[in-house]
Design a binder for this molecule. Structure first.
Ligand SMILES: Nc1nc2c(ncn2[C@@H]2O[C@H](COP(=O)(O)OP(=O)(O)OP(=O)(O)O)[C@@H](O)[C@H]2O)c(=O)[nH]1
Ligand SMILES: [Mg+2]
Length: 372
């Protein structure tokens, strides 16, 4: 990225929350020149309280940032109020995520999905501007009258309809592929999990592919499928887009066709980064399960992949899995996608769950004997 745009960050005073906000900002091409934290950033008028808002205004005058990044999803009125007070553009969490996706979308499908999500974002905000203009709180709408505002809405709606048509075409194509696979009788395994958990690294380890992995968030934005040979049985593996907390509903909607792969998956490998603190993993696990549940995947079709054990230890991974309540499922397995540790056992588990060659208890019992 050429020049980084300067940003003041407003977020919660929690280490991992700050860390995530900074990596999101980084991925969108901003450099944080100052962080302001507040326990409550969902207050009605400005998101933050009046005093904090005034403080932000002072900081903007002093530091002259390009934007304020606000680590919450703000209502259009809040965005407007804060921007008017501080005289600087506000990028809320929703827009930040949209900006990253826009930068990274490389396939036709993900590009259409992102454009559609952006239109929906703009539409919600434009509605608010028109409402304010009508209530006399804000002069005109981009200096336009009611007639022009209506034309603007019609235009957005028309563009959204065109994009939806295109997306449907892509979906049909995807469905065709899916049908072909189903006809070939191939079971599908989908990788899912929070962004940066290591899905693509695991995908590469399982398939021998060399798909791009990365330290930043949202490295993968489109589903990618490969077939592998699981001890004589052909199986398809999907790498998918990562999840994040506070992902707006319409973004999940925009990516639905990609994530739909979860619905059709015979098995979902939910990848967790066990090198993180247990409370952090808990939040990410909950966000991931929320999304997975939307696709009606029953719990019994999930394998919990306790990834990155090379950075911690097998004992620690099991201990955390116990605290998270997923150890009892007997569908949790410690691995390192990076070093290849336990990848063969993961393949065994996957195989046995797909083909029921042996019971779960046998597998987990054997693992315990091997001191897995
Ligand atoms: N030490 C260690 N690092 C790992 C392991 N698996 C993945 N990583 C690292 O974690 C980072 C994220 O890995 P990715 O595979 O890109 O993660 P992802 O889940 O595909 O992320 P998104 O595509 O953004 O959703 C990269 O820097 C990887 O090298 C592991 O088992 N051990
Ligand atoms: Mg990835």
């Amino acid at each position: 990225m050429a020049d980084l745009r300067k940003a003041i960050l407003v977020t919660y005073p929690v280490e991992q929350v700050i860390k995530e906000a900074i990596s999101l900002a980084d991925a969108a091409g901003y450099s944080i020149i100052r962080s302001v934290t507040q326990r409550q950033i969902t207050k009605s008028r400005y998101g933050v309280g009046r005093g904090k808002a005034e403080e932000l205004k002072g900081l903007v005058e002093e530091l002259k940032p390009d934007v304020i990044i606000f680590d919450e999803v703000l209502k259009p009125t809040q965005l407007y109020n804060l921007a008017s007070l501080c005289k600087v553009e506000i990028v809320d969490r929703e827009r930040l995520i949209l900006e990253i996706f826009e930068l990274r979308a490389s396939t036709t499908e993900s590009q259409i999905q992102i454009k559609l999500a952006q239109l929906r974002y703009d539409m919600a905000r434009a509605r608010e501007k028109v409402r304010l203009a009508r209530a006399g709180e804000q002069p005109g709408f981009y200096g336009l009258g009611k007639y022009e505002a209506d034309v603007y809405f019609l235009d957005i709606r028309r563009r959204a309809a065109v994009l939806k048509k295109k997306l449907e075409k892509e979906e049909t194509r995807r469905q065709l592929h899916r049908n072909q696979r189903a006809r070939a009788g191939l079971p599908t395994v989908s990788l899912a999990g929070y962004t940066s958990a290591g899905k693509t690294t695991l995908f590469n380890a399982l398939t021998g592919e060399t798909k791009v992995t990365g330290q930043g968030v949202f490295t993968t934005l489109s589903t990618f499928t490969r077939s592998i040979d699981l001890q004589g049985s052909k199986v398809l593996i999907n790498d998918t887009v990562g999840f994040i907390s506070k992902l707006p509903a319409y973004m999940i909607d925009a990516f639905k066709s990609t994530l739909d792969e979860l619905t059709y998956a015979s098995l979902v490998l939910l990848v967790l980064d066990t090198s993180e603190q247990v409370d952090e993993i808990a939040i990410k696990l909950a966000s991931s399960l929320d999304v997975i549940k939307e696709f009606e995947v029953p719990d019994t079709r999930i394998i919990y992949v306790l990834n990155k054990v090379d950075l911690t230890s097998v004992e620690d991974a099991f201990d955390k899995a116990g605290q998270l309540g997923i150890l009892d499922t007997k569908r949790a397995i410690p691995v390192s996608a990076k070093t290849g540790y336990n990848i063969n056992q993961l393949k065994n588990m996957t195989r046995s769950m797909l083909f029921k060659a042996e019971s779960w208890d046998e597998i987990s019992g054997r693992q315990a004997e091997e001191g897995a």
